[in-house]
Design a protein around this ligand. Structure first.
Ligand SMILES: *Cc1c(COP(=O)(O)O)cnc(C)c1O
Length: 346
């Protein structure tokens, strides 16, 4: 794939040389028995970065969200989610399949749910009615083109959670991107969630894994859920080691991804068939409508591929480009010229 400029996702990054070295040299033990010093180091580092009591390394962001929802809810509960949330749309139904709770999707303004509507949606249990126990928020918001959800909005929702004695789980898969774009420290975001998860395997470029952080008793219970889901891993320090490199060395470069995404967005927003407001590209994800009289989305993507550019179609007649460590300025320029060439010929 080396010849392609791969914009499909920020999960396609390859580990850096430092990560490979850290993997080779990692001290390991059986993590299910609590013996892996590298995993322990990563977990303490993650807890400290988020300002939480405890953290747990998990194989994926999906598992982190699933464990969090299991930790904060009981069967017959309802969970308030944003209607385009990743954990509601893109995680193979674990809310119902694993936690057996009812999702209550609410609309939003680019990921920011209306706090009054959140409050109105909270249900007290009755013979017909589930108990609302949890509110989930996501920031940056993947399917809203990597939108940075405003701090005031998240705070207003937190207030409602407190008022009604609900928990709040923060899907911070890309919370470091949110922080890079807003200048707000990740700890301030993390403080809003009873729990927060983030991915090491997205813009931070580690090969595998996510971190779930929160109170110690929640994480202790989470370790049991992780085992039940088949996520107990043995000498997993070899995977945690590049996660440490991700957290200590890969955070500061995220703003480069944002600058490149903005450059690409500004260039393609003008082109025929593309509907995109470049102001809505705040971080590393560009999602735009594509509706051209002569060329369909699959045709356009296959022509891009012929030019060496990979991107993905997403729901609602849209196309998604994501910037990351392994696409540089040359890839951006190549993408822009390929867009122009294909659309000029169409
Ligand atoms: C990618 C992603 C996840 C899930 O992470 P995986 O490691 O792919 O399971 C969760 N939430 C958001 C917002 C994501 O973008």
């Amino acid at each position: 794939m080396a010849e392609y400029s791969d914009f499909r996702s920020d999960t396609v990054t390859r580990p850096t040389a430092k990560m490979r070295k850290a993997m080779a040299e990692a001290e390991v033990g059986d993590d299910v028995l609590g013996d892996d010093p590298t995993v322990q180091k990563l977990e303490s580092l993650a807890a400290e970065k988020m300002g939480k009591e405890a953290a747990m390394y998990v194989p994926s962001g999906t598992m982190a969200n699933s464990i969090a929802i299991n930790g904060w809810t009981k069967e017959l509960d309802e969970v308030i989610v944003e209607e385009r949330a990743h954990l509601y749309n893109m995680e193979s139904t674990h809310l119902t399949f694993i936690a057996r709770v009812l999702p209550r999707p609410l609309p939003s303004n680019r990921g920011a749910m209306d706090p009054d509507e959140v409050e109105r949606s909270i249900r007290k249990p009755g013979v017909h009615i589930p108990r609302t126990s949890l509110i989930c928020v996501e920031n940056t918001h993947n399917n809203w083109s990597g939108a940075v959800v405003p701090m005031e909005n998240l705070k207003a929702i937190r207030k409602i959670a407190d008022k009604h004695d609900l928990k709040m789980h923060f899907d911070g898969a890309r919370v470091f991107n949110a922080s890079a774009a807003s200048g707000i420290p990740v700890k301030e975001y993390a403080a809003l969630g009873d729990s927060i998860m983030f991915c090491l395997s997205k813009g931070l470029s580690a090969p595998v894994g996510s971190m779930l952080t929160g109170p110690k008793d929640f994480i202790d219970f989470g370790r049991r859920v992780r085992k039940a889901l088949g996520g107990g891993m043995r000498q997993v320090g070899v995977l945690a080691a590049p996660g440490i490199v991700a957290l200590t060395e890969m955070v500061d470069r995220l703003k480069e991804d944002h600058e490149r995404a903005k450059k690409l967005a500004l260039a393609i927003a003008e082109l025929p068939g593309v509907s995109l407001n470049p102001d809505h590209v705040e971080t590393n994800i560009i999602i735009f409508g594509f509706n051209h009289p002569k060329i369909s989305i699959p045709e356009f993507l296959s022509k891009l591929k012929e030019e060496g550019i990979l991107a993905l179609a997403t729901s609602g007649g849209r196309i998604r480009f994501v910037t990351h460590k392994d696409v540089g300025d040359r890839d951006i320029d190549k993408a822009i010229s390929s867009f122009r060439k294909i659309l000029a010929g169409a």
